[in-house]
Design a protein around this ligand. Structure first.
Ligand code: GLU
Length: 305
């Protein structure tokens, strides 16, 4: 069997908090326990929210925790050409279409259903999918001259995409999850929950979903260990794996560390960052003990931190 490959893939749009420490330590512990490799990937596709200072702080915080990762670190902002190429391939197969609707129109419900995707975004009704081809070409060529004229995202034509994936592999939407004893279980996912999902944003030729599946594959990631908040996204990722003819890693979606109010920690809620904890005199050993206390049996099974 090939050597297992694990990764921690933070976005440099804020300071890391305890939840990130938990995820990073867990990936590193799995890599050690399974005799695997541990990679770090910087998911900095968002040109506005990603900041060099946050990226530098990620390296500092992880080193402070005593983590060691392989170099060079993959920075997604350096690989837009790869994402662009994949998007182009999907476009040539008629599996994506440009959507010119603004976020506001979608939020106002003019072109969206009241039903939402697993992230809470209203499901898009596919209005732009039915634009006449000549109108689409006109807008895209105008846009090539002035990118502000017809700002657009690229959306999956979900029913066509699902049909293409099923034609290539009837077991399309199954993926495996693993547990600490190495036993795998099969799960069936449902990409339809995401509707005509955005696979490339207005400002960059990709999205979290497209980049994450391509990079996990390019980096040979075999085991994805990430928060339960990303579990629902796995059904969309499984669909993209089939469409792009790339392998599906095995998943473990770990439970999230919650704050005193029972809410998940997040950078936007300004949960205490690792840097805050450090400046309050908390040691790396204490942070590790906090992570361990969240699920002692798991950490012990992995041979500690
Ligand atoms: N970049 C994502 C985040 O910071 C994690 C992506 C993943 O692990 O798939 O939430």
């Amino acid at each position: 069997m090939n050597q297992p490959v694990f990764r921690f893939a933070p976005s440099p749009n804020g300071r890391l908090h305890l939840g990130h420490a938990y995820s990073a330590l867990l990936n590193s512990a799995f890599a050690r326990a399974f005799g695997g490799r541990f990679l770090l990937r910087i998911e900095d596709i968002d040109p506005i929210r990603s900041k060099p200072d946050f990226e530098a702080a990620i390296y500092d915080d992880l080193a402070w925790l005593g983590l060691k990762w392989e170099n060079p670190v993959l920075r997604q902002s350096e690989h837009f050409d790869i994402y662009c190429q994949a998007l182009h391939g999907l476009r040539q197969r008629g599996l994506v279409y440009p959507c010119f609707c603004s976020r506001k129109t979608i939020q106002n419900g003019h072109v969206a259903d009241t039903a939402t995707d697993p992230d809470g975004t209203p499901l898009y009704r596919g209005v732009c999918r039915h634009l006449p081809p000549e109108e689409i070409e006109h807008r895209l060529s105008e846009n090539a001259r002035n990118p502000d004229l017809w700002p657009h995202t690229w959306r999956l034509a979900l029913d066509r995409a699902v049909a293409a994936a099923r034609a290539a592999d009837p077991t399309s939407f199954r993926y495996k999850t693993f547990s600490v004893d190495g036993v795998c279980h099969e799960t069936t996912s449902d990409p339809a929950l995401w509707g005509d999902a955005v696979v490339a944003r207005r400002d960059v030729p990709t999205s979290y979903h497209l980049s994450v599946v391509l990079d996990d594959w390019r980096q040979g990631v075999t085991h994805v260990v990430r928060g339960a908040d990303l579990k629902a996204a796995t059904s969309l990722h499984t669909l993209l794996h089939r469409l792009l003819s790339i392998s599906t890693p095995i998943y473990w979606h770990h439970d999230l560390i919650v704050d005193d109010t029972g809410s998940k920690l997040s950078k936007s809620r300004l949960s205490k960052s690792l840097a805050d904890l450090r400046s309050e005199g908390i040691s790396a050993a204490q942070v590790k003990a906090l992570c361990r206390s969240h699920n002692p049996r798991l950490w012990d099974a992995l041979g500690g931190l």
